[in-house]
Design a protein around this ligand. Structure first.
Ligand code: MIC
Ligand code: SF4
Length: 656
């Protein structure tokens, strides 16, 4: 199949309209479909990235596909999540990943080098390219004008094997920025403002494309902060044009030759517009336990803080650490608070050591952590019981910090640093004069912790530790699903609810039988045993089911426990794709009110013979009622489901 031409016409003036930036890049990569919103498209993927927590599974799947070498222009394997080594599991996984990278022609970023998104932005992301990453914050690459999308590990494995990536053509929202940011207000406040306006479901099936005169005042790392956390709005991705600012950044990274200008046409027609005057923004904060729960810092000022964490892929750039260091210069953090700093990359650390700014952080009392995700994913530094933890991160879901009773608030580095001095949430504008920071004209480049692919390494032996278990195999889909509702949940269930992370569970990412014991651990720890006992069954949920991370373990582990279908009001994009990839049928209520007609424990029967028609009938045997369900599955997705998941589907395709 090829694609036909799609043009947007201004109906009033009967004029063919120009293209958005997103349309231009997608059009260049279209393998199937058109730019018609909501239609099924397939795009070519130029680059991939994986991180260690999703990477082991992605590469086990890549191995199972049976290709000799990656087919992309560039694939990078990062190690940044599972860096706490409390036993052999994580280091074994690192060795596995390194041997896979060598064998299949993948760049390998060694543990300690930094956080995948920060590193990818610094060293690899390119304007006009497509990037698929097995991490939901892959859109950070949108900071340099790359279409960067988060996906499950299996989709990334398939892209490495040369398969195109399938999605629904998103709507394109013009986030039109004017003015420039006032002192003590930064890029984090811009994305918090977007979240304040549209919430955690507001940009599902949409791309947030930033335009307007205001973008000129934002550097690439600042743009990266905004596109990174755009994920929390449910957006497919977020993107900035590739302009003079992008050029400057790439030149400073000694990558000037990779710059190409890509701007939207002046008469580009957008599906929607959001206008933000940067000059009117104030410091903002997300309250527990949702990034969409945004208030002004003023509204919560004075709340005592026990822990302050600066870092994560959202706010760990050189700019962020410099501003934090200069605010903390000559000060001591409050005696009741602990401050942690996790830099985004060694480049950032090299700079702040050379400039002396690292000393300001250390002298103020900051605990300097590894260049890794760290406390963002509960990998160490869990806060104390009932703690208030103030973080420059992008997620504050219940329990994610490692302490269930902790209350996590999300803020900018400016708000975090000033609050650390006072020991309470403080509007940073009260600090007085904003310290001046000087950004380098050229970044310090040292790629010695990135091992490039070598020729002739195909015979490299793959090293597998005892915790790396073979992939479970799943059967083709039957015509009828029967079983019990194992769990009924509310709206906005995150993948952190379904498959928690943290220092104890993350090391089990390459061991499905073991990790499945923690499915829904924070919601109902009896779920795994009940599910196995009943021979599997169903989950019923509300809106935005599966928001948050790209972890496909939130699908594979429940599938391993026997989950057959998830019936909800609506899904988050990546989780929906992951369910399909592992043969769990994702269904939605044709009438949302029918959510009340099913209870936990009800026995259900679902007839799948009509799946192709777009609707199926659910028979609630306990209540003797029939409910109409529908779905958004494409023909290919139905075929994947029927084959028992994407891996058997691809294998079948390759064997034909
Ligand atoms: C996250 O921020 O939740 C993670 C950990 O980076 C995940 C990936 C994972 O679960 O490994 C993500 O955002 O996709
Ligand atoms: Fe790592 Fe946190 Fe970023 Fe996820 S959100 S990639 S855990 S720093």
């Amino acid at each position: 199949m090829t694609h036909s031409i799609y043009v947007k016409i201004d109906k009033k003036r009967l004029k063919i309209m120009g293209k958005t930036l997103t349309e231009k890049i997608i059009e260049k990569h279209l393998i199937e479909g058109t730019l018609e919103r909501g239609s099924d498209i397939a795009i070519k993927i130029d680059q991939t990235l994986t991180q260690d927590a999703t990477g082991t599974m992605a590469y086990l799947q890549f191995e199972a596909i049976g290709i000799d070498r990656v087919q992309t222009e560039l694939s990078v394997s990062y190690v940044d999540h599972n860096t706490l080594q409390s036993d052999f599991k994580n280091p074994d996984d690192h060795r596995y990943l390194q041997s896979i990278a060598a064998k299949y022609g993948i760049y390998f970023s060694r543990p300690g080098n930094g956080i995948c998104h920060q590193l990818h932005l610094e060293r690899f992301a390119r304007p006009g390219k497509t990037l698929l990453g097995s991490d939901s914050h892959t859109p950070t690459g949108g900071g340099v004008g790359s279409i960067s999308i988060g996906a499950g590990g299996l989709d990334v494995a398939a892209a490495m094997a040369g398969e195109s990536f399938r999605l629904k053509m998103p709507q394109i929202v013009n986030v039109f920025l004017t003015g420039s940011l006032p002192d003590f207000v930064s890029a984090k406040d811009v994305i918090l403002e977007v979240l304040r306006r549209i919430g955690v479901k507001g940009a599902r099936s949409k791309v947030l494309e930033y335009t307007g005169p205001g973008i000129k005042s934002l550097s690439v790392p600042e743009r990266g902060t905004i596109t990174n956390m755009g994920t929390e709005t449910g957006a497919t991705t977020s993107i900035f044009p590739s302009d003079e600012i992008t050029k400057e950044f790439l030149e400073a990274q000694e990558r000037g030759d990779q710059w190409v200008q890509i701007l939207p046409d002046e008469d580009a027609l957008y599906d929607e517009t959001i206008e933000i005057n940067l000059g009117e923004l104030v410091p903002l904060v997300s309250l527990p336990h949702s990034p969409g729960n945004v208030k002004t810092v003023k509204e919560v000022e004075g709340l005592k803080v026990d822990q302050i964490c600066i870092g994560s892929c959202t706010n760990s750039s050189l700019r962020d650490l410099k501003i934090s260091a200069n605010i903390l210069k000559g000060k001591t953090i409050n005696e009741h608070s602990v401050l942690t700093v996790s830099p985004g990359s060694r480049q950032v650390v090299d700079h702040i050591i050379t400039s002396g700014e690292m000393a300001y952080l250390i002298e103020a009392g900051a605990r300097i952590l590894e260049n890794a995700c760290g406390p963002c994913i509960g990998m160490g530094l869990a806060p104390k019981t009932d703690a208030v933890t103030l973080r420059t991160f992008n997620r504050n879901f219940l329990g994610r910090s490692g302490t269930k009773s902790a209350q996590a608030y999300l803020v900018s580095p400016e708000t975090a640093a000033v609050s650390a001095i006072y020991g309470k949430i403080t509007d940073p504008r009260e600090f007085g004069t904003l310290p001046e920071i000087k950004m380098p004209d050229k970044f310090m480049i040292n790629d010695n912790m990135i091992i490039p692919p070598k020729e002739g390494a195909e015979s490299t032996e793959i090293v597998r530790g005892p915790n790396i278990k073979p992939l479970p195999e799943f059967n083709p889909l039957p015509d009828k699903l029967e079983g019990e509702v194992l769990l009924k949940v509310e709206d906005d269930i995150t993948t952190d609810h379904i498959m928690p992370a943290g220092a104890k569970i993350l090391p089990l990412r390459s061991n499905i039988p073991e990790i499945s014991k923690f499915v829904f651990n924070l919601v109902d720890p009896t779920f795994p045993d009940r599910s196995l006992e009943k021979g599997g069954g169903f989950i019923v949920g509300g809106d935005n089911y599966g928001q948050g991370s790209s972890r496909e373990h939130a699908a594979i582990a429940p599938k391993y426990l026997g989950l057959k279908a998830v019936i909800v009001k609506s899904f988050a994009r990546i989780h929906l794709a992951n369910l399909v990839n592992f043969g769990i049928v994702p269904l939605t209520f044709a009438n949302k009110d029918d959510y009340t007609k099913i209870e936990q424990g009800d026995k259900l029967e679902i007839d799948l013979t009509t799946l192709e028609s777009g609707t199926v009938a659910l028979n609630n045997l306990t209540k003797s009622t029939e409910i109409k369900l529908d779905h958004s599955l494409s023909e290919t997705e139905i075929a994947v489901l029927k084959a028992g998941g994407k891996l058997p589907f691809i294998k079948l395709k390759h064997s034909n």
